[in-house]
Design a protein around this ligand. Structure first.
Ligand SMILES: [Zn+2]
Length: 443
């Protein structure tokens, strides 16, 4: 069974999918492809790979130390350990996080790397994606001030390349990544910047950052309206609208508390929102108003935010939580249907990253990024409606095969470009050394 997520093709039982040089060249029953290598798709559901539109993958290392107490929450831990990351820590964290992501069916990721202290950190980050074979939109960002960060820690971060609210981020490094890594990426890498915006930088600074990003052709991503405290202080979308800066080269994360008029601005400019239900719940940020956004015409996709908060890269769990929250909000069981939430995790995610012509659906002419989910397993059988089964029953262990750009990265349940025990032990070593350098005792 193929869930193509292509409106013209729909769902095709017994479909063959023909792939040539990483491109989908045929979809339909009984295709004739002489000499082709054949993958048996019986007892599986094949669908486009998941697209995560907002993931701080570098933070994966911190999963082991983010606890529930106020002194050991995500922001406090990031503030205490973030400035001690080395380029090697970036590599081991991204390798662990992305290996888990691929295993769970994520084929395209928006890697929102907001702790880069030098060019080598950024290189280490994108090099791991190349090593693993991920399709990635890489958003470059320096560590920035956070209210929970003591001044002493701030100075330390500044000394390592961080930025204060009245300083413009370095745009030379993202330009270098675009120049040195994109041309040889076989179109698997695109580059943007993640900015602090009106809530975390001065008007002169954010306006200049918008100008530089657009001058360099870099997409602009920003956290927005994730807390009530932020919108009591400033309404970023309104500010950017009045500055004339909103545009469809932007992506906003969270937007839990935007106003109806801000929603209209986002819809008018086709600016997508990435919602991270697992993180938004765990941090107590609020329930994502997905249906309100969709009803207003704002594009919505899903994301993990960081597995230091979401705890796992389980996209299926994120979809179920998103569905459940809309059910609670509307007191119905069908407010967000399985097919709609699957669109959010595939084609709408691709659209949010400007990749809708490349991936996000199984369509002729698109690149072959797909996953195969087993149906003959205890938590899946008996399957009748494939979308219901994928959204409500599946888990990462049911993902049998993952293909990115025609290359198989997971085969019969095993990752092909990752030595899992090594990745885990290196991440464990990295975290131990990181905590030692920072004098940090996990709580
Ligand atoms: Zn985030």
């Amino acid at each position: 069974m193929a869930l193509t997520m292509d409106p013209a093709l729909g769902e095709i039982a017994g479909a063959d999918i023909e792939i040539l040089d990483g491109e989908i060249v045929g979809i339909g029953p009984s295709l004739d492809a002489p000499g082709a290598d054949v993958i048996d798709g019986s007892n599986t559901i094949t669908l486009p790979g998941f697209v995560d539109s907002h993931w701080h993958i570098w933070g994966t290392l911190l999963r082991g130390v983010v606890g529930d107490g106020p002194d050991h929450g995500w922001f406090a831990t990031k503030g205490r350990l973030g400035g001690h990351f080395t380029s090697d820590d970036f590599a081991t964290g991204v390798r662990l996080g992305m290996a888990e992501g691929i295993s769970a069916g994520v084929t395209t990721v928006h890697d929102w790397s907001h702790n880069i202290m030098c060019y080598e950190d950024a290189e280490a980050n994108v090099a791991v994606h190349r090593e693993l074979g991920t399709r990635v939109h890489f958003s470059y960002s320096a560590p920035s001030a956070h209210p929970s960060m003591p001044m002493e820690k701030m100075r330390e971060i500044l000394a390592k390349g961080g930025v204060l609210p009245d300083a413009v981020m370095d745009f030379g490094n993202p330009r270098r990544i675009a120049e040195e890594w994109v041309p040889s990426s076989e179109d698997l890498l695109t580059v943007g910047v993640a900015v602090r915006g009106p809530a975390r930088s001065t008007p002169e600074v954010y306006r200049e950052e918008w100008r530089l990003a657009r001058e360099q052709g870099l997409t602009i991503s920003m956290h927005c309206a994730g807390t009530e405290a932020e919108v009591e202080r400033i309404r970023q979308v309104e500010v950017l609208e009045s500055d004339g800066l909103l545009g469809d080269d932007m992506l906003l994360a969270h937007c839990l508390y935007i106003s109806p008029i801000e929603r209209e601005h986002l819809a008018g400019h086709s600016i997508p929102i990435s919602m991270s239900p697992l993180a938004e719940l765990r941090l107590g940020m609020g329930a994502p108003p997905i249906n309100e956004h969709i009803a207003a015409g704002v594009p919505v996709s899903l994301s993990l935010d960081t597995t230091a908060i979401s705890a796992t890269a389980d996209v299926f769990q994120a979809m179920r939580v998103a569905v459940g929250l809309q059910s609670i909000a509307t007191k119905t069981a069908t407010a967000l249907t399985p097919r709609r939430v699957l669109e959010m995790t595939t084609i709408d995610g691709a659209r949010a990253l400007g990749l809708e012509e490349v991936v996000g659906s199984l369509s002729i002419g698109k690149r072959a990024d797909l996953i195969m989910i087993r149906t003959d397993q205890l938590n899946m059988a008996p399957v009748r409606d494939p979308a219901v089964a994928v959204v409500h029953s599946a888990q990462p262990s049911n993902v049998d095969t993952v293909m990115i750009d025609g290359r198989i990265l997971k085969w019969k349940g095993e990752l092909t470009t990752v030595d899992v025990p090594t990745v885990i032990s290196e991440a464990d070593d990295s975290l131990r050394r990181l905590c030692e350098r920072a004098g940090f005792v996990p709580g």
